[in-house]
Design a protein around this ligand. Sequence first.
Ligand code: NAP
Ligand code: GDD
Length: 355
Amino acid sequence: MSKIALISGVTGQDGSYLAELLLEKGYTVHGIMRRSSSFNTGRIDHIYLNNPGFRDKRMFLHYGDLTDSSNLNRLVEKIEPDEIYNLGAQSHVQVSFEVPEYTAEVDAIGTLRFLDAIRETGIKTKFYQASTSELYGNPLNTDPTPASGLPIPDYRLTELSPFRPTSPYAVAKLYAYWITVNYREAYKLFACNGILFNHESPRRGETFVTRKITIGVSRIMAGKQDRLLLGNIYSARDWGFTPEYADGMWRVLQAGKPDDYVLATGETHTVREFIEEAFAQYGETLTWEGKGIKETGKLSGSKKTVIAMDPKYYRPTDVKYLCGDATKALKELNWAPTVRFKELVKIMMEHDRDL
Ligand code: NAP
Ligand code: GDD
């Protein structure tokens, strides 16, 4: 008998790679998709629509929404999954400042709805919650950034580091984290948090900074766009490659006991470094001028301004520095990412240059 998985957020970046991985492992995969006025299955069409084998036998899509309890109850009862991966979320941090209540409904209460569906139906299943490095926020709220001229921090965040969320998204995810722990302890559910640091790929949404940069730089170099407008280019992120993180999610649910794990590369870079590395794929270097909102990046040869700042991309509060320590995942799950920063940028740039 093949195992049965239910994935919320199957149409998103992570959901699409996870569905692929589970199908490869022989699972039957059920995905929850939202009703939309335009097609929203672009990331999974290659495994669903274009592959009759999967469509007929091992992959199924169901309309649903994390704001709809009865829908989640029905799906859990009907599908009786062995494993549930709750990846669905309003996942954009800046957007969460515009729609804080909706973000809480989906990201926080949506997680509770799922856990309660498991509890009420009594289905024996494992539950994975897509937790995030955004939970850490700015631990001291005074951490220096490269822009300040002070050395950037060099600590790494673990499962034991304190949380200090700094956006409506992160606060909603904090509730989801703790309700997952609470249902594990109170009702003995096999419920786990993966605390994932940023992970990127050619399927990353186009409004997240890495993909915005790889698409923007490709368009600039193809003469289709003059410049790229950005916000805080001094925040530092621990960026990994999504397919490796999908494998990590699966490993979290294969552990001997339910627990919470950090998945990260342990290497951090600023947004500005990501931009420089993207242009380096074309053999270009940048000269930076000005400070703050007036800062620009010019191509060193032609002196053409290709990077400029726009106030609309600055957040009311932003996480300045993230770098994770995935030692526990290495020891207990044998999980270790191999794709590092330069290779990640190369993979994404090669894809978007062709696009
Ligand atoms: P994503 O590309 O934005 O995908 C989010 C998914 O959630 C999409 O399938 C989306 O559907 C679905 N969704 C949104 N609102 C929903 C609702 N009300 N009901 C049901 N589904 C809903 O995000 P991702 O990068 O794949 O991230 C997956 C999960 O991991 C998210 O929970 C995110 O917060 C978390 N996470 C991501 C990262 C990262 O670096 N990528 C790091 C840590 C944690 P549509 O396609 O219809 O929009
Ligand atoms: N999106 C975006 N657009 N971010 C920008 C821009 C811009 O034009 N300019 C600078 N940034 C900065 C943001 O202020 C932030 O500090 C950093 O680039 C990364 O932004 P995002 O790519 O939007 O990702 P994120 O780190 O806020 O959130 C992502 O990672 C989290 C894990 O740490 C999302 O995937 C979250 O869902 C996830 O939880």
